[in-house]
Design a protein around this ligand. Structure first.
Ligand SMILES: [Zn+2]
Length: 440
């Protein structure tokens, strides 16, 4: 059924995509973010006339005052910077073209889509004369994709003001058919936590020397052996934590045969499942343990020179059950066996898991059921990092979900080529946020 709002919605979101907002650590361009925010003001005039606006080095915070000052506030978030768009695109990344029932462009899903939808919901409600019960804050950072400095600063400022939110709702999971292979249902993946992210440097040293008489175990060889060991052995603890069990338990009724048996009995079968899952898919594997990805490396500067120092960078995502310190200790111990030093470049920011039995999670569940009938809400653990992690400072309930029905292609298009969103999902997405604003 065609929703008559869809065309206008698509055109409004297309304009936000056309205002390019790629964030970069090498080159900061505050102007283009200011232009984008000017466009927000034009698109949502009543909201910007009603709410108080504050800027934190170009990251945006809005406060829409509620009726009852005693009611705790809520916070809706979506960053407005995007990642670069290299590669060959079917529709140019910053053209905002509408074709084949989709809107194409960088940021359509990550995360101008949800930013647009939540502000549109507020704009329409203000037009209807609605005033929220408690204060509603909107946060939109301009640097989520590079360092999260905006969200870090805003969450600290809110903490200093003594503000505690009933909940925060940021980007995270979306709605997908069969997200794990074998579950015949459409699931709303509501992130209740995310893994921490640390950057480690592994350094192998030697006296150096000429490449004509290398001897054994030169620095690059040691690094190679070390990386191979990480790849082939279980360095980190595997555990099927309660959130992963809950996710499978809710998916199990849509599975068939042995899979259904396995996933309905995660309590007894946890040890088996924990070992099987990483073989099943990299994403499922990442949910049950700390992972480390080797991303950069360097040897000597000469083709015939042995390095005095060679290094690789490992990007670590630490699990909640093993944690930051123990995960780093485990990899440090292994590295030492190969004569390699471990240096922590960036320790990251561990954040807790939100209780999915709490009222905020139930509210999101109800909003999904009301606006996307038949979709099954599921708590899950995000393996990627988001701005949400900083907001555990100001709320015990940090939920990570954007109300878009997407395909696997669309999921892969986030940070990839041909990012796009279905036009049909735009109107229910606005309705989702309206539900949250009315009932939250
Ligand atoms: Zn992103």
């Amino acid at each position: 059924m065609e929703d008559k709002r869809t065309e206008g919605y698509a055109r409004a979101l297309a304009k936000l995509i056309q205002a390019e907002t790629v964030s970069s650590l090498d080159q900061d361009d505050p102007e283009k973010f200011a232009r984008f925010q000017g466009l927000l003001r034009e698109t949502f005039p009543q909201l910007f006339a009603t709410a108080e606006t504050e800027l934190f080095d170009g990251s945006l915070l809005l406060r829409w005052k509620g009726k009852d000052p005693k009611k705790p506030p809520i916070l809706l978030m979506s960053h407005h910077d995007v990642v670069e768009a290299p590669g060959h695109w079917t529709h140019p990344p910053f053209a905002g073209e509408i074709a084949e029932g989709k809107l194409w462009g960088r940021g359509a899903l990550d995360t101008k889509g949800s930013l647009w939808a939540m502000l549109q919901a507020a704009e329409e409600l203000i037009g209807e004369g609605f005033v929220p019960a408690g204060d509603v804050y909107f946060e939109s950072a301009r640097n989520e994709e590079i360092n999260g400095a905006g969200a870090d600063a805003i969450s600290k400022a809110l903490q200093q003001r003594g503000i505690r939110f009933l909940f925060t709702l940021d980007e995270g999971g979306m709605m997908l058919h069969d997200p794990i292979g074998g579950a015949d249902g459409t699931f709303a993946m509501v992130g209740v936590g995310e893994k921490g992210c640390a950057d480690l440097k592994f350094i192998a040293r030697s006296k150096g020397g000429h490449a004509s008489s290398p001897g054994k175990n030169t620095p690059l060889v040691r690094l190679g052996k070390f990386m191979a060991a990480v790849d082939s052995s279980e360095v980190f603890q595997i555990a099927l934590t309660p959130v992963v069990r809950e996710m499978f338990a809710r998916m199990a009724p849509t599975m068939k045969g042995p899979m259904q048996k396995l996933f309905s009995h995660t309590d007894q079968l946890a040890p088996v499942l924990g070992r099987v899952l990483p073989k099943f898919s990299a994403t499922a594997g990442a949910m049950v343990k700390t992972t480390i990805a080797f991303t950069m490396c360097q040897g000597s500067q000469g083709r015939n020179v042995l390095p005095q120092e060679a290094w690789v960078i490992g990007n670590m995502r630490y699990s909640h059950h093993q944690g930051r310190e123990k995960s780093i200790a485990a990899i440090r111990k292994l590295a030492k066996r190969y004569g390699i030093e471990t240096e922590v470049l960036e320790p990251g920011f561990p954040s807790p898991i939100t209780d999915w039995h709490g009222e905020p999670f139930h509210l999101v569940e109800r909003a999904v059921q009301a606006t996307f009938p038949g979709v099954i809400p599921v708590p899950y653990l995000m393996t990627g990092a988001s701005d949400s992690r900083f907001f555990s400072r100001v709320s015990a309930h940090n939920l990570r979900f954007a109300p878009f029905l997407i395909t696997e292609q669309q999921l892969d298009s986030i940070h990839g080529v041909d990012e796009n969103v279905d036009l049909d999902t735009l109107a229910p997405a606005v309705d989702f946020y309206k539900y949250i604003l009315r009932e939250g």
